[in-house]
Design a protein around this ligand. Structure first.
Ligand SMILES: [Zn+2]
Length: 409
């Protein structure tokens, strides 16, 4: 029998959570481990307390809300996301996954549905990474991707450490972060991109996440006066910059799934009448196939090498500053999402996640997948972030179906 979640209750809670740290522009600001973030957690835990779920907190501030199954020793179905936001965050990024998770638990209670496996709702600390880096911190520590001791000492721009705030908020004596014995992890999220809306599809069947490589490139010439030095006698890195931009755009045309971005360019000294002595730029390459991404990487390096040889007097340095491997989600879970969308007559398409999510960390430990719903105009990390009540309900119903498929097995 197909169950249905209570879309009205979920929508009311999304709007209530948005009032915690509400901004005048209509969004929310609950930066991680701030008072507003903690108030959002308290609101959630208040709703959970009415149902008597078992609540566990850990030393990095993750919350785990557990509805027991018939076999308490069976590996649990984990569902979740995050409640922290960007400083100019919206009402749905992360929050949807958490409140949809609670809605799944409550729907099962309302219908007196027993499951074999326990179901555990996870709220991960510091997914956003705007106040403390790196992002996806709580899930990273719980999954053994990050060291607890290292992240506790990370400081924000005011000099406050992650540990200072965890202690201030009462997490100082909690148990070390540990993932429950888990069968799988599921996360519902807004797409944060424009594809589902543009194609009129309701459910994004997320097959994985892009691999990401970040580069810092320096082009070094010689500063000179803009007047006296003839063009042919300059060591001007700007013509080389033009070629680098062309090269990166060219790599971006590798195929439809390739993404190449130059996000920062700094000229030094950045003065109208000085030939710059130095250009610093960043390149962000992404692709869902590691082999193709490796090919893009090699084209960048060989292209830069060619430029180095053909532009005498300009030195080119390129440093890989960060990388995140391609994430592949679990085939059986992907199929379960597809099947649920089909059973409910919802339009769907396969999609690769362009943004990072806690699910990427979980995927290293347990079978994992995500479900996307459209967000208006593809806008996210913005007070205008919006998903329709119908899409929110549809996505949560799919989350319910896949949760039940696993929790009953
Ligand atoms: Zn998010």
């Amino acid at each position: 029998m197909q169950h249905a979640i209570n879309g009205e209750r979920l929508w009311k809670r999304l709007m209530a959570m948005a009032e915690v740290g509400a901004t005048p522009e209509g969004g929310s600001c609950r930066q991680t481990l701030s008072d507003a973030d903690e108030a959002g957690r308290a609101l959630l835990l208040g709703w959970c307390a009415q149902r008597g779920y078992r609540i566990r907190r850990d030393r990095i501030g993750n919350l785990f809300i557990r509805r027991e199954g018939r076999d308490p020793a069976a590996p649990a179905v984990l569902i979740g996301s995050h409640l922290d936001t960007q400083p100019t965050g919206g009402r749905f990024d992360g929050v949807l996954g958490v409140l949809a998770g609670l809605e799944v638990l409550e729907t099962l209670d309302d219908r007196s549905v027993e499951t074999i496996r326990p179901i555990e709702l996870c709220v991960w600390t510091n997914e956003e990474g705007c106040r403390f880096q790196p992002a996806m911190m709580g899930s990273g520590v719980a999954c053994g991707v990050l060291e607890l001791e290292t992240v506790l000492s990370v400081r924000d721009s005011a000099g406050v450490t992650v540990d200072d705030d965890l202690i201030r908020l009462g997490y100082g004596r909690e148990a070390l972060p540990q993932l429950a014995d888990a069968d799988c992890y599921l996360e519902l999220h807004i797409e944060q991109g424009p594809i589902l809306e543009a194609e009129g599809k309701t459910i994004g069947v997320v097959t994985g996440g892009q691999g990401i490589r970040w580069y810092e490139i320096s082009l070094v010439g010689e500063e000179t006066h803009a007047g006296p030095v003839p063009m042919a006698m300059r060591k001007d890195p700007v013509p080389v910059l033009m070629r680098v931009i062309g090269l990166v755009q060219e790599i971006g045309r590798t195929d439809d799934l390739a993404r190449c971005t130059i996000g920062c360019i700094e000229l030094s000294p950045n003065s109208i009448n000085v030939v710059p002595g130095r250009v610093e730029l960043t390149v962000d390459l992404r692709h869902p196939d590691e082999t193709v991404l490796e090919g893009m990487h090699r084209r960048l390096l060989s292209g830069l090498n060619t430029l180095l040889k053909s532009h005498e007097g300009i030195d080119i340095e390129c440093r890989l500053s960060w990388h995140s491997p391609v994430v592949a989600f679990d085939d059986a879970l992907i199929e379960a999402v597809r099947a649920s969308a089909g059973d409910r007559d919802l339009t769907s398409r396969d999609i690769v996640s362009g943004a990072g999510h806690d699910a990427f960390n979980l995927a290293r430990r347990v079978p994992t997948t995500m479900i996307f719903v459209p967000c208006r105009g593809g806008i996210s990390h913005n007070p205008n972030e919006y998903a329709t009540p119908a899409d929110v309900t549809a996505g949560t119903n799919v989350l319910l179906d896949v949760t039940l498929t696993r929790a009953r097995s």
